[in-house]
Design a protein around this ligand. Structure first.
Ligand SMILES: [Zn+2]
Length: 115
């Protein structure tokens, strides 16, 4: 991969990481255990509040997983193995990485996995 592309992907990954950490900080409040506070909850029922908490938990788990793959991608950049398929050692198409800079498989291996 071209050194300039490496720099671009590193920037993109760091921005993604910042974004995820920022989002995690703002939703940390939503995943606290449900406290039935009528003043704060208003007309929202306890069931609704718990459902909202569940959704917040789910998206926070998704973000955690995403953050892990961003970190792994940054480590692969450091080790200079970024953009190389973990399965077949072929280069991952740059367009694919532009769509998902955390991709670790080339398109062929990713497709083989879903079959
Ligand atoms: Zn592959």
């Amino acid at each position: 991969m071209h050194p300039e592309q490496i720099i671009q992907f590193r920037k993109q990954l760091i921005a993604l990481k910042d974004e995820l950490i920022g989002a995690m900080a703002t939703t940390a409040n939503d995943i606290k255990p449900v406290v039935l506070d009528q003043a704060a909850v208003g007309r929202v029922s306890r069931g609704d509040a718990m459902q909202m908490q569940q959704m917040a938990l789910e998206s926070s788990r998704r973000r955690e997983r995403r953050l892990i793959s961003v970190d792994q991608a940054l480590k692969r950049l450091e080790k200079q193995i970024y953009g190389i398929c973990v399965y077949c050692d072929e280069d991952i198409n740059v367009r694919r990485l532009e769509i998902d800079p955390t991709a670790i498989r080339c398109i062929k291996c990713a497709e083989a996995l879903t079959k």
